[in-house]
Design a binder for this molecule. Structure first.
Ligand SMILES: Nc1ncnc2c1ncn2[C@@H]1O[C@H](COP(=O)(O)OP(=O)(O)OP(=O)(O)O)[C@@H](O)[C@H]1O
Length: 230
C-alpha cells in the first residue's frame, strides 16, 4: 500500500524533517505513528498526501510513484484517501448531513448516490439523530465522528489521521480508535499519528516511532522477515 525508499525531506529554511526513511505498510494494516513534537510525523503524512514533496527518495502509494505525479493528478490520488484532522475542520454553516454529503459532492457523486450513502455512513457512526445539527451543536467526540464519517463516505482504501483524538477527552479517544479498528477490520489501511500512550498500549497495533526525522523503532521489524535479518 505504502512504500518509502530512502526518503528525505528538508524544508526551505534548512530543517531536516525526515532523513533516509525506509518503511513499508501493507494493505490492511493499522499503524500508529508516534514520536515527540517536531519529530517529523506530520511531514511523513504530508508526503503521503502529496502536500509536500521529498528532496530525495521514492514514495509509492497504492502502486503509484507519487513523487513524480503531476499537480493535476494529485486529486485522483487523494480520492483513495480519507483524511481525519485533529481540529475536525467541519464546515460551520452546514449541517452534519451536509458536511458529509459535501465530501461526496466534490468528487462528483450524483444526488442519488449521496442520498443512499450518507445516511448509511451516519448510522454506522451512530450519528443518525444528529444529522440536522450544525457542528457547534455537537460535543467534541461527535464532531470527530462527523470528521470520520466524512473521511469514510467515499470508501477510501487508506485513512490518514493526524492526532484525531487530540481535541477530545480520553474516554472518547478510545471510542474513536475503536471505530477506526472496526473500519480497519473491513479492510481499510489506517495510519494514525498519536501522542497518547494509553491508546498505543491498549490497542496492540503496529507502532512506528520517529525521532529527529528518522525511524527509530518499528514493532513490525520485530517479526522475522527475510530481508530484515542483517
Ligand atoms: N512548512 C515548514 N517549514 C519549515 N519547517 C517545517 C515546516 N513544517 C514542519 N517543519 C519542521 O520540520 C520538523 C518536523 O515537523 P513535523 O510537523 O513533521 O513534526 P511532528 O512530529 O508532526 O510534530 P508535532 O507532534 O508537534 O505535530 C520540525 O522541526 C518542524 O519545525
Amino acid at each position: 500500500m505504502i512504500e518509502f525508499k530512502n526518503v528525505s525531506k528538508t524544508y526551505s529554511n534548512g530543517t531536516h524533517a525526515l532523513q533516509n526513511v525506509n518503511l513499508t505498510v501493507a494493505d490492511g494494516e493499522f499503524v500508529f505513528i508516534v514520536g515527540s513534537s517536531g519529530a517529523g510525523k506530520s511531514t511523513f503524512l504530508k508526503l503521503i498526501m502529496c502536500e509536500e514533496t521529498p528532496n530525495e527518495g521514492d514514495i509509492i502509494v497504492n502502486g503509484t510513484h507519487i513523487t513524480s505525479l503531476k499537480k493535476r493528478e494529485i486529486p485522483y490520488l487523494r480520492r483513495m484517501m480519507g483524511i481525519v484532522f485533529q481540529d475536525f475542520r467541519l464546515i460551520d454553516n452546514m449541517t452534519v448531513y451536509e458536511n458529509v454529503a459535501f465530501a461526496m459532492h466534490v468528487i462528483g457523486a450524483t444526488q442519488s448516490e449521496i442520498k443512499k450513502r450518507v445516511p448509511y455512513i451516519l448510522s454506522l457512526l451512530n450519528l443518525q439523530d444528529k444529522q440536522k445539527c450544525r457542528p457547534n451543536e455537537l460535543s467534541g467526540g461527535e464532531q470527530q465522528r462527523v470528521g470520520l464519517a466524512r473521511a469514510l463516505v467515499n470508501n477510501p482504501k487508506l485513512i490518514i489521521a493526524d492526532e484525531p483524538t487530540g481535541n477530545i477527552d480520553p474516554a472518547l479517544s478510545f471510542e474513536i480508535v475503536d471505530l477506526l479498528s472496526e473500519i480497519n477490520r473491513r479492510g481499510t489501511t489506517i495510519l494514525m499519528v498519536t501522542h497518547e500512550h494509553s491508546l498505543v498500549k491498549h490497542f496492540h497495533k503496529r507502532v512506528v516511532e520517529i525521532h529527529d526525522g528518522r525511524i527509530v523503532a518499528d514493532t513490525a521489524s520485530m517479526e522475522v522477515e527475510p530481508d530484515a535479518q542483517d
